[in-house]
Design a protein around this ligand. Structure first.
Ligand SMILES: [Ca+2]
Ligand SMILES: [Ca+2]
Length: 229
């Protein structure tokens, strides 16, 4: 059992670094992402949080989703509260802390961003064009400034909805990679953000990291202190 788990972890790590290094790998969907051509990007993002798939996202589900994405307990409470307070009422059309996923799915704005087709599906060609335009130093990743410019001109549905939180700052925090002391979002990650599979990938990575950390008592104690915040 332990050996199998370890092998899986190692395999996961190899797959990840390979995928990050090779743009060609991009088209491949990860196993845990919902596999349905009929779901729009926004629906996939939402599905990630709706763990019992009843179409409603409770505060607890948002909290648990943020924890799965690697956010500490305190931050998850704060962000979860902000997200559900902001989206609960607007999607339910009555004061509520539960998000009504059906109404988040209108998808009206998704097609305006330039990365999606009329139905709200991701279009690789358009993404390539978009990325090339904003990756001004052509290092294959977007830093904070490049991301700011991108989102200024191309507000996606999701970011529109998450407008009250730290927007791409949170995205950078959760999905960014360190490069010479700066956080950057790689092309691969941004693509996954747009196609709706990023949250699932992040949750996989966080789970693997937590399992690994759990192996050593010292790391486990240190991490649980970190996770409180
Ligand atoms: Ca639910
Ligand atoms: Ca760049």
């Amino acid at each position: 059992m332990t050996t199998r788990k370890r092998t899986d972890k190692v395999k996961g790590r190899v797959k990840k670094s390979k995928a990050d290094a090779e743009p060609k790998e991009e088209g491949r969907k990860r196993g845990s992402a919902p596999d349905s051509g009929s779901r729009t990007t926004l629906q996939k993002h939402v599905d990630f949080f709706d763990s019992d798939r009843d179409g409603k996202i409770t505060f607890l589900e948002t909290y648990q989703g943020l924890r799965r994405l690697g956010l500490g307990a305190a931050r998850s409470v704060v962000f979860g509260g902000v997200i559900n307070a902001a989206l609960g009422s607007s999607t339910s059309r009555t004061p509520s802390l539960t998000v009504d996923a059906d109404h988040i799915n209108a998808g009206k704005h998704a097609s305006d961003t330039g990365v999606y087709d009329q139905k709200g599906h991701f279009v690789q060609r358009r993404f390539d064009r978009l990325f090339a335009r904003y990756d001004e130093d052509e290092d294959g990743a977007l830093d904070r400034e490049e991301l700011a410019r991108l989102f200024e001109g191309n507000r996606t549905d999701l970011l529109g909805h998450l407008g009250s939180m730290a927007e791409f700052g949170l995205l950078l925090y959760l999905a960014g990679e360190d490069r010479k002391g700066r956080k950057v979002l790689t092309r691969q990650r941004l693509k996954r953000f747009y196609d709706g599979s990023l949250f699932y990938q992040l949750a996989d990575e966080v789970a693997a990291r937590r399992a690994e950390a759990g192996a050593s008592l010292f790391t486990a104690v240190r991490n649980s202190l970190e996770e409180l915040y």
